[in-house]
Write a protein that binds this ligand. Structure first.
Ligand code: CUA
Length: 155
C-alpha cells in the first residue's frame, strides 16, 4: 500500500507524541509515586463519628515506621489538625467528610485528594525529610474554607 510522504510524516509524529505522553504517565505513576484515587470504600456520612475507623480519628502505628492517620474533615477543620511522626515513616491517610466536599493537600508531597461525604479517601506517603508539612483544604467549602488547615510534623 502506498502512503503519501506527508501522511507518513504525520503518522510518525502522532506515534511519537503518543509514546511521549505514555512515558510521562509511566514516570508520574511509577517514578514520582503519584496515586490515582480508587474505590476504597464508603461510609454513611450521617454516622461518620460512629463508624470505624472514623470513630477514633488520629494516628496509629501499624508496623515499624508504618502509620495510619485517620482524619475527619468537616467545615472547617481537620480532626486531628496535627500529626507527628518520626522521619522515614510511611503514613497512610484515611479520610472522609462529615458534611460537604473538601480537599486534602500536603505541601511538598504527592498527597492530594478530594474528601467527599460518603466516600473514603486513602493516600500514602513516606516522609524521609524532617520538617513541617502544612496541609490544607483545596476545595472551596464555605466561608471558613481558608482556615481549614493543619500540619504534619516530621521529627
Ligand atoms: Cu474544606 Cu475548603
Amino acid at each position: 500500500m502506498r502512503v503519501d510522504p506527508y501522511e507518513r510524516a504525520w503518522m510518525i509524529l502522532t506515534g511519537l507524541i503518543l509514546a511521549v505522553l505514555l512515558a510521562a504517565l509511566g514516570v508520574s505513576v511509577y517514578g514520582m509515586g503519584i496515586q490515582l484515587p480508587g474505590d476504597v470504600g464508603q461510609v454513611d456520612p450521617q454516622a461518620v463519628a460512629a463508624s470505624a475507623p472514623f470513630d477514633r480519628p488520629g494516628l496509629r502505628e501499624v508496623g515499624p515506621k508504618e502509620y495510619e492517620a485517620v482524619l475527619r474533615a468537616s467545615a472547617w477543620q481537620f480532626l486531628p489538625g496535627e500529626i507527628r511522626v518520626p522521619a522515614g515513616s510511611r503514613v497512610t491517610f484515611v479520610l472522609t467528610s462529615t458534611d460537604v466536599i473538601h480537599g486534602f493537600r500536603i505541601k511538598g508531597t504527592t498527597v492530594n485528594t478530594m474528601v467527599v461525604p460518603g466516600e473514603i479517601s486513602r493516600v500514602s506517603y513516606t516522609f524521609t525529610e524532617p520538617g513541617e508539612y502544612p496541609f490544607y483544604c483545596h476545595e472551596y467549602c464555605g466561608i471558613g474554607h481558608h482556615t481549614m488547615a493543619g500540619r504534619v510534623t516530621v521529627e
